[in-house]
Design a protein around this ligand. Structure first.
Ligand SMILES: [Zn+2]
Length: 221
């Protein structure tokens, strides 16, 4: 115990740190890092450890920032590459799970004659296929542009944890990808929409809903 005190005093003097703080930190950290730091080596490395702990916090913040930017960069690269190969519009998206890209998509509307082949939809489809699920729990979507109403809907159905987007929908509107008219359409009466909607055979359609309610072997979602 005496020897321990001498060692503490020695390091304390060297680094000009209050013993109380050192000891407090020591016991606090030692509990948390029980498996990582042995008492003796901890005392020997206290000043360095304190520095490295600060460094680690800064590094983690930096790393987190870089990770988000890394994934967004991947989405932006997909937008650029998809455009360069004439696959479709300048939009890209990736789905990330456990810090890994599990699915990618770049707009392929014109090359596949599929008006729904937006980057986010393609990435969501690929992610669900690879995870063998219809829900993207624990996933994050990085998309080069704020999603259009269709992709917004797809994202809500897929239920990822979060979405990061690069360009805004206003930026997209500036280069003639204006999807605001779709939001306007939602508010309009069915017969006032640019594409008229008309209600037909509601009772028959509802009979299937009734059957769904009573179906015992359904996969609810
Ligand atoms: Zn879209």
């Amino acid at each position: 115990m005496f020897l321990l005190g001498v060692v503490i005093l020695f390091f304390n003097k060297l680094k000009n740190l209050p013993i109380v703080v050192l000891l407090k930190d020591f016991f606090k950290e030692d509990k948390k890092q029980k498996n990582k730091y042995k008492r003796s080596s901890y005392l020997f490395t206290v000043p360095k450890y304190k520095e490295s702990r600060n460094f680690n916090i800064a590094f983690q913040k930096h790393k987190t920032m870089n990770t988000h930017e890394h994934f967004m960069k991947a989405a932006i690269n997909l937008a650029q590459n998809g455009m360069d190969c004439n696959c479709g519009g300048p939009f890209g998206a990736v789905v990330v799970k456990d810090n890994k890209i599990i699915a990618e998509g770049s707009n392929s509307v014109t090359s596949t004659n599929d008006p729904t082949a937006h980057a986010e939809v393609l990435a969501i489809r690929e992610a669900c296929k690879s995870l063998n699920t219809f829900q993207l729990d624990g996933c994050v979507i990085y998309t080069s542009c704020e999603p259009c109403p269709m992709c917004l809907g797809a994202i809500y159905w897929a239920r990822p944890d979060k979405v990061y987007f690069g360009a805004t929908k206003e930026d997209a509107a500036e280069v003639n990808f204006d999807d605001h008219f779709i939001y306007d359409e939602i508010e309009l009466n069915f017969n006032k929409r640019h594409i008229p909607f008309e209600n037909l055979m509601r009772k028959d359609a509802n009979a299937v809903f009734e059957a769904w309610l009573n179906k015992e072997d359904k996969t609810a979602y």
